[in-house]
Design a protein around this ligand. Structure first.
Ligand code: FES
Length: 150
């Protein structure tokens, strides 16, 4: 299934590197008492997982964070055999965003994003702005229940 907004494998790796740099900068201190992610997007460009390992993925449209040890990414089922994936690193200053119902919210300055990663509310009480969350290509093998991201 073509995806005009998805990242290629090369873009995924490139943005992962940027996210690591951004998160490291936040971990060094953004001055507002919040700390950035401690586990970062993996250095390889693909993640594979069994969707059965994340029970929330049985529901269409519900974003589910994958384990932080695997990467800072959320996945949602978009159909029987289709999925979408977005970064969970805030595009404002790199904090890890939370899944709040079917949307995302950043705990640092309260940016909000819809389940597709589009900004629905800009940061509150601080300078700068958020952009849409990066998206990643997904491939799903129903025979093996294997979802590959990136
Ligand atoms: S880091 Fe997310 S809103 Fe500022």
């Amino acid at each position: 299934m073509p995806c005009d907004d998805c990242l290629s494998r090369r873009e995924f790796l490139s943005r992962s590197t940027l996210a690591v740099a951004g998160a490291a900068a936040v971990a060094a201190g953004c001055g507002d008492g919040h700390f950035g992610p401690t586990a970062l997007i993996p250095t390889n460009s693909r993640i594979s997982l069994k969707t059965a390992s994340l029970p929330g993925l049985s529901v269409v449209g519900q974003p589910v964070k994958i384990p932080q040890s695997v990467g800072l990414i959320a996945v949602k089922r978009t159909g029987t055999n289709t999925f979408a994936a977005v970064s969970t690193v805030c595009t404002h200053q790199g904090c890890e965003i939370d899944v709040t119902g079917a949307t995302f919210e950043c705990p640092c300055h309260n940016s909000r994003f819809d389940s597709d990663g589009h900004v629905t509310r800009q940061p509150q009480g601080t300078d700068g702005s958020s952009t849409n969350l990066p998206t990643y290509t997904t491939q799903y093998d129903a025979a093996t229940d294997t979802l590959t991201i990136g």
